[in-house]
Write a protein that binds this ligand. Sequence first.
Ligand SMILES: Cc1cc2nc3c(=O)[nH]c(=O)nc-3n(C[C@H](O)[C@H](O)[C@H](O)COP(=O)(O)OP(=O)(O)OC[C@H]3O[C@@H](n4cnc5c(N)ncnc54)[C@H](O)[C@@H]3O)c2cc1C
Length: 512
Amino acid sequence: MGTMALHTLSLRALLVLGLWHTGRRSLASAPELQNQPKKIAVVGAGIGGTAAAYYLRQEFGTGVKIDVFESGLVGGRLASVKIKDYEYEMGGSVIHPLNLHMKHFVEILGIPPRKDVPSKMAIFDGKELMFEESDWYIINFIRMLWRYGFNLLRMQVWVESILDKFMRIYQYQQYGYSFSSVERLVHAMGSDSFLTLMNQTLEETMMGEGFSQVFLNDIVAPITRVNYGQSVRINAFVGAVALAGADSGLWAVDGGNKRVCSGLLYHSKSELIPARVTSISIKVRPSKTGATASFYEVSYVGESGSAHSLYDVVVIATPLHQGMSDITFSGFSPPIPSHFPGRYHQTVSTLVHGLLNMSYLGATGPASAFKVSEVLTTDSNGSFISSLSSLDPVHIPEDYKRPPSNETKVWKVFSSQPLSQEQLQNIFLSWDSVTENRWLAYPEYRLPSRQIPPFILHNHLYYLSAVEWAASAMEMSAISARNVALLAHNRWHEQDGKIDQEDLQTRLRGEL
Ligand SMILES: Cc1cc2nc3c(=O)[nH]c(=O)nc-3n(C[C@H](O)[C@H](O)[C@H](O)COP(=O)(O)OP(=O)(O)OC[C@H]3O[C@@H](n4cnc5c(N)ncnc54)[C@H](O)[C@@H]3O)c2cc1C
């Protein structure tokens, strides 16, 4: 008898709990409905802002109006350009196989990954190619072993162990947990060891782990240079993200990565407002109940002039740094700066439709035999470029074959300064088009790390791009987007138990 009663009781409890849970997640129970935000603004329609719109819709339901402001093109740092018959990626290009949010986005949007074209890598020291990948895995393996001992294998193990911890964030977010600062988010993934990564250079960290200086110069630096345009003195957290960006199985979105952004905008049923946000100020109004309510007044300039609107929640999804976004915050105490300290690193992306000059690479063989598509560079005086790669279009046609290097094709050069005519003439024998884009691409990761900007600028005003100071990547913006949407929801409904919880790893183990 006794056990029966207990049994029914727990069943009922489960049922009630279950109902409450679905209520929170989707239907929004009656009292909550009255107390939902009515309007939310997102500033920026890159992957961060559009993912934020998607997750905000998921958290707050269909009742709220979501406006997304964009002063340039949807996609932001994900952008493509047409050269001759095809489109090519100019900015953010590759995605890691374990980037689960990006994977989820292409799944729900029904966009396939781009067809894979196998590629080979070489390393250039400014004079000659010091390493060239062969067709044969075993040959590469033996060469690497000969030169660097087990450094390469150990690096894979090291990066994998970091990735393992990194992956925890997906489970926490699945359960609705959010974090009030970048440091707390990073700490939740990998405890103190991850905070240490953020506060040490990649070089220090890897030397401490027993990697050799030669390996750092020859292999690690070329990877940090191609992915972040910077040396091994970047912080070890972003360093590990860079190294993961040299894993196998990297993918891109068919038709261009920016398609995810327009897809998420559409899917989230938010309204795109093509305008530049100029200022955000706080307005306090008396509410029906007699208490005061505060709103954010967003002022913006579009084609039809300037205007402003009131919002309950605002998410800034563009870097608040010199040369990026000029947004004035007024009426806030303490004041919010237009620009946080720290600079963004310039990476110039130059797409050349031309004929490669093999002697620039110090190569003696014929160009027709040069099968390398990715040339990385060491940190030597000779290399004014960070990388040189043969580009494939964003959509790979059925019968596509990458043109050989003795034919005119599209090459992409990354450098920190624009290429001079003379430098172009060094690298290419001839060309018929040059397309240059000067990006303020990602933070200049100098240590000791400056204070990382906050996620919370004010009660319901959030700063998504703060996450870039841990590491900048599409997936990082997506993770931050989900965190900010959860944080906005948890704070709006005063669910403190879902914010900054310690020890989630052990607590959630029981829930699985
Ligand atoms: C050359 C290059 C290569 C890269 N390679 C990779 C890679 O291979 N893999 C990877 O994962 N990441 C890569 N990245 C990084 C990645 O592109 C970025 O981390 C990511 O795209 C950032 O997205 P976001 O939405 O946070 O910011 P953004 O894309 O910068 O979006 C911000 C948007 O806000 C808009 N905006 C700015 N100010 C205002 C305003 N006042 N009002 C309205 N709108 C405004 C901007 O126009 C922009 O569209 C690369 C970046 C660059 C530049």
